[in-house]
Design a protein around this ligand. Sequence first.
Ligand code: NAI
Length: 346
Amino acid sequence: MENLSCCIFPEGFTVQLVLIPGDGIGPEVTDATKLIVAAAGAKIDWIVAAAGLDAAKTHGDPLPESTLDLIRKHRVALKGPCTTPIGKGFRSINVKLRQGLDLFASIRPVCSLPGVTTPFENVDLVVVRENTEGLYAGLEHVVVPGVIESLRVITRSAAERIVRYAFELAKNQGRRKVTFCHKADVMRLSDGLFLKCAREVADDYPFITFDEKLIDNLCLELVLDPTKFDVLVMENLFGDVISDLCAGLVGGLGVVPGANFGSRCAVFEAVHGSAPDIAGKGLANPIACLRSAAMMLNHVGYRDAAERIEQSVRRTLVGKKGLTRDLGGDGNTETITRELIANLAA
Ligand code: NAI
């Protein structure tokens, strides 16, 4: 079981980490993040790797095997978002990356931030999403013209693995409750198996409360009172949807970080996508990418720099200077980056 904050490099040393800028707003938010990470004192030698729309043109493959090899070698990567063409074109880079490296656990911490006004205070939950199976795996075929089947694969091994991961995360972070989210009343075989596995794993953690929720009911309860949830664990597609919903509860996609863990590698990335509507305009909020980088710094042992970044994010949000439009400001990527760097020293 991968330790969430395993220190694999001694602090103060230059660490070689892979950087995938991605496309759309990816290069904008990763460039800002690199500047802030350096200003926070982390010595990172970024090994830039290709993925995304540009890689499709330059390498003939939106996710070249050389990129996967670099991550396998260096074990840790920061990734900008990558566009997936809708309803046509190549297969999702993200799905391929997660499956190719067996990054089975997607972790999205969702917490209220000072200075960000939302309907709720004190939200503090973690979405744990199974990252390799389910409907999201994109296994589809034409049965006959006009009839498509999508396969929803759930295996005992992957179900047990992700639920155990959620309980271990709860144990390591001193959290008290794990809620398993499903639709086993309708998908009786697939989610039935997942639920059975979840109950069995829960028996090994009698000191953590285990709770079960139908996914539709979870949505209702999250928007009424998200503060009653702690760790949420679910299959891939449900996790994708719930992550965005939860981001909306604490200030939007521009502020929520994420990470994908496997038994050997970890890839850190914001919850948001490539935001084609604002790409290239210098308007992107880099905080979600930056906070993903802070999770990465914690993971590799640069805990002081990670903490400085988190504190700087909080000061910047409270100070309200230079904020991007998604945060209610009239600034841009450059102004918020300047503030984030200035607030490292405060
Ligand atoms: P999106 O997350 O890119 O954008 C949704 C809305 O949020 C847009 O209005 C966008 O401007 C805004 N937004 C997102 N991030 C922002 C930021 N950092 N600062 C300010 N505003 C921000 O989702 P959408 O439009 O559904 O997807 C666009 C593309 O991204 C698609 O091709 C999708 O497949 C891909 N995608 C990639 C992901 C990844 O690489 N991890 C994750 C999600 C989507």
